[in-house]
Design a protein around this ligand. Sequence first.
Ligand SMILES: Cc1cc2nc3c(=O)[nH]c(=O)nc-3n(C[C@H](O)[C@H](O)[C@H](O)COP(=O)(O)OP(=O)(O)OC[C@H]3O[C@@H](n4cnc5c(N)ncnc54)[C@H](O)[C@@H]3O)c2cc1C
Length: 247
Amino acid sequence: MDVRLLEATEDPERVICTAARSDYSSGFVGEQSFAETMSTVDGETTEEKKRTLIGRLLDHGHFGPFEHPQATFGVKGISRSCMAQLTRHRHVSFDVQSMRYVSFDEVDPADVREGAMVVTPPSATDPDWVGRNQSGGAVDDEVVEKRERIFRESVTESVESYQKLLDTGMPPEDARFVLPIGTEVNMVLSMNVRMLMHVADMRAAADSQWEIRHLTESILDHAAEWCPLTFAHYDEQMKGRKNRLAP
Ligand SMILES: Cc1cc2nc3c(=O)[nH]c(=O)nc-3n(C[C@H](O)[C@H](O)[C@H](O)COP(=O)(O)OP(=O)(O)OC[C@H]3O[C@@H](n4cnc5c(N)ncnc54)[C@H](O)[C@@H]3O)c2cc1C
């Protein structure tokens, strides 16, 4: 998969701090400088003041100000299974590559056998991979070779059948019914900082499936660059805990 930050609120932590200080200011934040808005917050520099305030907000569960900054991500090549998990989050906005208007008629089934167009789960090729809900443990090479053979044959046959149906003139929106749930999809998604932390609470957790966990970790990497004080605090103090971001 490929995850990119496409667009994001400029200076998100200034927005968060301005919104939070507005709650407790007798003055109007629209009529004063950022320095004035932050004047009563502990810290020598603006950066320190922002770190103080953001840490305090997160520690006290005052999450409203984190709803103002928004980021838009482009995601390439996740499975439709992973997409189904991600799109359960109702405060995230999505645009999903269509299977009505985009048909995979030019994909070579030989490439599908090699891993194109359908995501290959690690358990199909790695004998040591143990899924969280798996009753058994690691398997020997012979078993994993069998798994991989069945998996690759199955997805290749699905794509071949799909293309044969397209050749008969069947609309792509109906021919797609035979494609596997692992079929790759591209999407664009947008969410605010509070929601990003909530998605991370649920989807970067150990009990999430490997693919959405990987996707969420990539999103968190971008978030750490975009909104550094917030996600440094999230990473150090909140990640892996029940933060009640969305009680
Ligand atoms: C490990 C794991 C396994 C899962 N397994 C399954 C499964 O087997 N089957 C399945 O169906 N789902 C499953 N899910 C999905 C899960 O149940 C949620 O639907 C999904 O994670 C969305 O999160 P959310 O409920 O926090 O809602 P979000 O849409 O992310 O909303 C955020 C918050 O807003 C509030 N909210 C939003 N809408 C409403 C509403 N209508 N009413 C009241 N409050 C609302 C809630 O506080 C919610 O927590 C699983 C999730 C995980 C992480």
